[in-house]
Design a protein. Structure first.
Lengths: 148, 148, 148, 148, 148, 148, 148, 148
C-alpha cells in the first residue's frame, strides 16, 4: 500500500483527477484542508479572534501544521503541485520538508515554472506536467504496469 | 559559537549587512553561491553542456545542493530572506528543509509578504523585517544583550 | 486516524469531556493512569515496599514511565492540561519530552497561567482554554470542518 | 571535555557556585539568559511591541528557545535546578526535552519538592540538593576522583 | 497493544509463566529460539558445516540475530531474565542493545545477582524477582489495575 | 510477520523459488520491477522521451527508486542475489543501502563470486548459495524449525 | 583521529598495554572509572548514604553511566574485554549498547569464553585474544600498516 | 572545511590526481587502505590464519570496515570511482551505504559504464568522467569559483 500526500495548489481539480485516476489502486491519499476560507480562519474560529492579521494567520497556520506534518510524516510519496498563480511558498516549504525527511518527492508543474523550480525539481524522483502522469507513476510503482 | 546559514534572496545586500553587523560576535556564516550566473551554469561548466535547458538546470541545481545541504546541516540557525521579487521557491524549500531537521529558523521579509508566507513564518522562531534585527537576535542569543 | 495522548491534570473531568466530544471521530486516546493512589503506589505494590519515600516514589514513577513513554511515542498529538492547582511538573516534563520528539503539542490551560507557561506554549501548535476547543481541533484536523 | 547546560531557577547563585566550584575542570557551561527582564522582553525589544501580553510572551519565549535548544542539543549533561518559589514549568519542560534527547540529566532541588518532582527525578541519572554536589559529580565523571 | 520481547535464560519455565499469566491481556510476546540445540546449530544446519567451532558458532549467532534484532526493534518492552547459572552474556548484550534503542527495560533476577547486575538494573524501569511480577507490570501498564 | 525485500538478479527464477518455498510462512515479499524492458523505459514512457540515453536512464532509475526505497525501508530482511552475469551494481548498491539502514542482510551467490563480494558478505547476517536456503532461514527465523 | 572506548575487565593491565602500545598513534582513549572502590561507592559518597545495598548500587551505577554513555557515544571504536573471572555483565551490556548505536565493536577475550560470547562476537568487526592485537588493529585502521 | 571520502578503484592514480589538484583547498581526504595485498590479508595477519578462504576474506573485510565506515560516516561528500576492470561491488556497496546516510554522492566513471551504473548515478548529485572534474566540484562548492 502506498501513502501519498498531495501538497500545493488548491484552485484547480488536480487532486480529484489523481484520486479518480488511481481508483482501484492500493493507495491512500491525504492532503491539506483545501477549503481556502476554512484554512485561513481555522485558528481564530476555534481559538478566538485576533486583532492583528499576523497572529490571526499564525494561529491558522500552526493549526493546519498539525494536519500537514502528520500527512507528510506518514507518506511514502509526497506530490507537490505548483499552479500558474500565487506565490505558493507553502508548497515549496512542504517539498523541502519532505525532502529532508527522505520522502520520495514528485513535482507537478507546467514548463513555464521549470527554471524557477529547478532546486525543487532537483530534489525530486519525478517531475511531471499532468495529474494523469502522477497516476501512471503510482500504477507503475505498485504493479510495474506501464501506460498504453 | 553559532553557525548561521543565510538562505534566499541574492539581489540585495542583506547578507553583507548581517555579516558586518555581526562582526565581533562569535558567529560563522555560510550560504549559497550568490553569483547568479555561476550558480545557474556551474553544472554544465564543470560536467559538460546539455542541449536541454531542463537538464542544464538539473546539473547546476544538484551541484549547488552539495553546498547548501552541508551549510544547512551544519547550521544552528537558518535565516531565510524573501525579497520583493521573483518566486524564490528555493528559499521556501530551504526553510522547509531546515524546519524538518529541527533547525532554529529565522525568516526575514517585508510586511507585504506576511500572508503568503504564513506557513513559513509559523515554523520559525523569529520573523523580522530588517537585517539589523537578525544581528540583534544573534547578539542576544550569544550574550543576552539587548539593543539600545 | 489520530493517536492522541492526554497528559497532565487528573483532578477534573477534562479527559472525559474530550473523549465524549470526540466520539464519532477517528481518534484513539491514551494517557497516564489517572487513579492517583494507584499511580503513587504501583511500584511498591508490585515490586515490594521501600522504607524510604524517595525510592517508593522512584519505583512508581519508573513503572508509570513504561506507560507514558509508549503513549507519547505512539501519539500524533500530545495534549497537555495544566489545572489550577499543584506544581504539575510531570505535565511540563511530558510537554518537553513530546516537543523534543517533534510531536504536535496542544496546551490547555486557563489565562492565569499564560505567563508562567510561555515557554511551554511557545513549543505548541495550539493553546486553548477549554476541552471543547481540543475537540474542535481534532475535528478540524481530521475533516476540515469548523464549529458553528 | 564536558558540555554542561544549567537550566532552571534564576533567582539564587547556584550557577555561580557550580561554575566557580568547577574552575580547573575541563567543563564548558551554557545556560539560558538569566537577566529576568531581558528574558521577558527580548522578543518585543528586537521584533517590535505587541498589544497582547500573550504574543509579547510568545515572541520572547521563541527567541529564547533559539538559545536554549542549542544549549541543550550541544550538552552532554543537563542540570535542572528547581528552587523554592514559582511554578518553574520551563525547568520541567527542559528536563523532559533533555530526557527525550537522551541527555544525562542531573536534578537539583530541596527535599520538599521530592514527591512533586518524582517523574522528573525518575528520568535523571543523579538527584542532588546542593550545587557543590553537582561539582563533585562533574569532577568524578571527568577524573574518577571522589570528595574528601 | 504491547509488544513484549522476552530475552535471556532458556532453562526454566519463566516465559511460560509470563505468557500464561498474561492470557487475556492485549500483549504480543516474542523472543529468541529457545531450543538450545537448534539455536546452537542452526547456522551450519542451513548454511553448511564448519570445521572450526568458532565459525560454527558465528554462523548460528548471526542467523539468530535476524530474529532477535527484529524482536527487540519491534518491542515496546524488553524483559531480560538472568537465571542462576551460566554466563548469560547474550542476555546482558540484549539489555544493552534495548537500552540504547530507548526500549522500556524490565530485568528479572534473584537477589544474589543484584550487585553484579547493578549497571543493567540501573538502565531498567523495573527490576523484579518473579515472572508473576512481570505479569502484574504488564496488567498495570495496560489497565492501571494493581494486584490484590 | 516478516517483510522481505528480494533485490538483485532478474534473469533466473530465484524469486519464484523463494516465494513458492515460503508459501505457508507468514512472510510478505516485495522487490523491484523485474520486467527488464519496463524497468529500463518506465521513465520516458510516463514522463516523455529523452534524446540523451543518459537522461533516459536517469528518469527510469529515479522512478524505480520510488519503489525500491520503499521496499527496502519497509523490510525486516533484505535478500540480495548476485547471478553469474552482468555487473549487477544496483544489487551491491541495494546491499549497501540496506546495511546502512541496519536491515538484516542475506546474500545469495555462487562460490565463484565469494572473493569479489567479500565486503558485501561481511555486512550480511547470512550468506547462502541456493534460494532454498533462504526459505530455510525464513522458516527458522519465524518458527525455530530446522530442515530435515 | 580515532576515539576508542575501552570497556570491561578492570583487574588486569590490558588497558595500559593498549594505551602504551598505541603511543604515537592518533588515538584518544576513554573508559570507565577503573578504581573498583570508587566506582562502587561514588553514588553514596556524593549523594548520601543508603541503607539498602540495592539503592547504594543504583546511585553508583547511574552516576557511572554519565561517564560511560558519553564515552561510548563519542567513540568510533568500542573495545570490550572479558577477563577470566566474574560475571562481567556490564561489559556485555556495553557491547550491546555500542552495537545498537552502530559503533565498530572489537571484542577481546581468551579462547575459553568463545562459545559463551558467540552472540557478542557475532556483533563485532574483530575478535582478538591479546591487547597487542588491538594495537595492531588501531595502527592498521589509521595507517594501513601491518605488523612484522 | 569539507571531508571527502574517496571510494572505489585502487589500480589507477585517480586519488592522487584529486588530492594534488585540490592542494590549497580546505579539504580533508580519507579513503580505504589502497595496498591491495594488505587490504586482502590484514585480518589474518593480525587475528590469525584461517584454513578457509571464505573466513580469511571475512576477517579482512570486517577489519577494513572499521576504517571505511568511519570514513563514510565522517564525510560530507563521498566520491565513488568505477574503473574499467573488475566487479567493484565494494564501490557500489559504499555508494548505497553513503546514499542511505544522506551523504552527497559524486560518481566518477567512463561513459561505457553509464547504463550499468544508472541506479548509482541516479542517487548522486554529480556524475563525472575525470578526477579533475571532482577537483573543480570541490573548488566550486567551497568558493563558488568556476574553471577557466
Amino acid at each position: 500500500m502506498l501513502n501519498v500526500y498531495l501538497s500545493g495548489e488548491i484552485h484547480t481539480d488536480w487532486r480529484e483527477r489523481i484520486v479518480e485516476g488511481a481508483s482501484g489502486l492500493d493507495v491512500a491519499f491525504t492532503g491539506p484542508v483545501t477549503d481556502h476560507a476554512a484554512s485561513d480562519d481555522c485558528g481564530v474560529a476555534i481559538m478566538g479572534a485576533e486583532e492583528s492579521k499576523f497572529w490571526h494567520d499564525r494561529k491558522g497556520a500552526q493549526l493546519n501544521a498539525i494536519r500537514t506534518r502528520k500527512g507528510i510524516a506518514d507518506a511514502d510519496i509526497v506530490v507537490v503541485r505548483f499552479g500558474d498563480q500565487y506565490k505558493q511558498w507553502n508548497a515549496a516549504f512542504d517539498a523541502g520538508y519532505a525532502a529532508a525527511l527522505g520522502k520520495s518527492l514528485v513535482v507537478l508543474h507546467g514548463p513555464d515554472h521549470a527554471h524557477a523550480l529547478k532546486e525543487v525539481d532537483a530534489a525530486a524522483l519525478a517531475v511531471v506536467e499532468q495529474p494523469e502522469q502522477v497516476v501512471a507513476i503510482l500504477r507503475y510503482v505498485l504493479s510495474g504496469e506501464l501506460p498504453g
